[in-house]
Design a protein around this ligand. Structure first.
Ligand code: AHM
Ligand code: MG
Length: 287
């Protein structure tokens, strides 16, 4: 299994420069919507198709699912036991304003929809000023830089054992303030005296700041949407796994995201991740 995980990580590494190169000229919206009823950019579809083709070509990958397609694509010939879920371009609405985006990878050893406890690896590629890969595997998190060189795509370790700093600095929360529940808003009023607001509209960019400086990111339950915006299989589980592997905590408001039982592929979940102490305070503050 470990070899298959390595092959998956290699494919995601090699695909990252192609996803990035494909962004130029794919900033227009498609006429169709994704399964969550959101507008899709041509870049979302392009990234999804590249990942589907290349990941399913790996022996040992039995199925591929993504935020951008309704059903699960099964590899009938595969005898493998790993199931890959991706958010091909997380935060793609940032493409219009030329801000950061990411690709999220979740590798499960159970058919989807699967609980976060079935993850064997998770990671994200961040298309910032440089392209990085943050990968959680075997309880450790490693940060790499991905470079597209004349000799091919190179992946270099930049930080061996990524851990969230114990002294938190930043916070960023999604949703409109009048749409927040009163108990969540009261929690925000408390911590905004202690932390600095940094919200960029791409979870991967916002979580990357929490990983680097310490703090908390959330897309909470809203008055208008009980389960918030983010999806469990493609966003909540992998980001929870990465943050917990880096010594932090994740929560749906009551429990670790990894303990949420999935009931369908595209289900949404309130997401709160960051320093353990902040997530515990948040859970205490929510009714
Ligand atoms: P996407 O996967 O369709 O891009 O949507 C998820 C993104 C997250 O990256 C981000 O946290 C959130 O949507 C931002 O939403 P909003 O524009 O409501 O702030
Ligand atoms: Mg997303």
């Amino acid at each position: 299994m470990s070899e298959v995980v390595s092959a998956i990580v290699d494919v995601v590494t090699e695909t990252a420069p192609d996803v990035r190169a494909g962004l130029t000229g794919r900033r227009e919206y498609e006429t169709s919507e994704n399964p969550s009823g959101e507008q899709m950019l041509a870049a979302d579809r392009h990234a999804d198709e590249l990942l589907e083709d290349r990941l399913l070509a790996i022996d040992g990958v039995a199925s591929y699912a993504s935020e951008e397609r309704e059903g699960i694509v099964e590899d009938e010939e595969s005898d493998g036991g790993l199931h890959v879920a991706c958010d091909p371009l997380d935060g793609s609405s940032n493409l219009k304003s030329n801000n950061v985006m990411g690709t999220i990878l979740a590798v499960y050893d159970e058919p989807l929809p699967a609980p976060g406890r079935a993850l064997v690896a998770a990671g994200y590629v961040l298309y910032g000023p440089i392209t990085t890969l943050v990968l959680a595997r075997d309880d450790a998190v490693t940060e790499y830089v991905i470079d597209d060189t004349d000799e091919g795509v190179e992946r270099r370790v930049v930080e061996e054992d990524v851990t969230i700093p114990s002294d938190p600095v930043v916070y960023g929360f999604g949703g409109r303030v009048p749409d927040w529940h009163a108990d969540f808003e009261a929690f925000v009023r408390e911590i905004e005296d202690e932390l600095k607001l940094r919200y960029g509209g791409a979870m991967i960019g916002d979580v990357s700041q929490v990983m680097e400086y310490g703090g908390i990111f959330a897309y909470p339950s809203l008055e208008s949407a009980e389960n918030g915006k983010l999806r469990l299989q493609f966003e909540g589980n992998p980001i929870g796994y990465i943050v917990e592997s880096a010594g932090g905590r994740s929560s749906d408001g009551e429990r670790s995201l990894l303990d949420v039982e999935p009931d369908r592929l595209h289900q949404r979940v309130p997401v709160h991740v960051g320093n353990t102490e902040l997530i515990e305070r948040l859970e205490g503050a929510l009714d």
